[in-house]
Structure formats: C-alpha cells, structure tokens
Design a protein. Structure first.
Length: 154
C-alpha cells in the first residue's frame, strides 16, 4: 500500500474537499499531526473536518488557547495548536497527554513544538506552499490504522 499521498490544493475549496474525505474515514483513537508554515492552511483543514462531521458552531483556531474540544454525535475531537509552546515539556505539564487515548480523535498543529514527548501519530499531513499561491498536502500514514484512513482517500 502507498504510504504517502500528495494532494494538490489549488484553493480553499480543495482543502475543504480533503477535510471532507478525511472526516469520512477518521476512526476512534486516531492521532493526526498537521505540519506546515504559518498560514499554510492547517486550521482551514481542521475546520472543514469538523464541519463535515456536523459541527455547526464557530471553529476557533487554538493559537492562544492551545486546545479546543468538540463533541459531535458522541465523538470527541481534540484540536491542539502548540505553536506557542516554549518547550516540549509543556505538553506533559498541561496534562494534555490524557487526551491521546483509544476513543478520541486528536489533531495537533505544530507537533514539532512537543518533539520527542509526543508519541508517533497515525497520520502526518504536511501542507507545502506550491508556487506561492496554491498548496500541496503530503499525507503520510505512520501506522496500520493510518494506512486504513489513507487507503482510497483521494
Ligand atoms: N488552498 C488553500 N488551503 C487553505 N487555506 C488557503 C488556501 N489558499 C489560501 N488559503 C488561505 O490561507 C490561510 C490559511 O490559514 P490557516 O489559519 O488555516 O493556517 P494555519 O496553517 O493554521 O496557520 P497557523 O500556523 O498560524 O495556525 C487562510 O487565510 C486561507 O484563506
Ligand atoms: Mg492554525
């Protein structure tokens, strides 16, 4: 099975479409890392995942709060943004590790900020700028569970 998929994101609509496809395949306990520069479109992707799952409220970027939690149809989705971490140890000090469990779907922007403390994800998505205007998402499966999600994703 192909463990890395490259998806061209011509515009925000393409990012939303990727979010929709992911939302249909996310399974309990899945850990998803989102990498890419400031403004790459990570929160945009999370927003479309949450809206596709049926969330109707405002999806806030957790740039300041670090963490937002959503309960949609009995499913818990944890959304982190670790950009403001000064050291990886903050992850443990904040008790955030309890949110990585076998039930919740957990999505982490800027996982690099807690490098060597966070466990390996099931999927890592890196959003790269392509010719400055559009983007490209590299979707990498890092576990068997992640492979199942990536299978026939696009
Ligand atoms: N193809 C695209 N996909 C996603 N966003 C796009 C795209 N093209 C342009 N944009 C714009 O890029 C911005 C992406 O912002 P977003 O907050 O999602 O980035 P981010 O990666 O979460 O940044 P940060 O690291 O600051 O959290 C938005 O203003 C959006 O309108
Ligand atoms: Mg963001």
């Amino acid at each position: 099975m192909k463990k890395e998929i490259s998806v061209f994101l011509e515009n925000e609509k393409s990012t939303s479409e990727l979010g929709l496809k992911l939302s249909e395949k996310l399974t309990a306990g899945l850990l998803l890392f989102l990498k890419g520069d400031l403004g790459a479109g990570k929160t945009c992707l999370v927003r479309s995942i949450l809206m596709s799952l049926g969330f109707e409220g405002k999806v806030k970027s957790p740039s300041y709060s670090l963490f937002e939690q959503y309960i949609i149809d009995g499913k818990t989705i944890n959304h982190f943004d670790l950009y403001r971490f000064k050291s990886p140890e903050e992850w443990l000090a904040a008790g955030f590790n309890d949110h990585i469990n076998t039930r919740d779907i957990t999505i982490i922007e800027w996982p690099e900020k807690a490098q060597n403390i966070l466990c390996e994800p099931d999927i890592e998505i890196e959003i790269l700028y392509d010719k400055e205007i559009s983007r490209r998402a590299l979707v990498k499966a890092k576990s068997k569970k992640g492979e199942m999600v990536c299978k026939d994703l696009v």
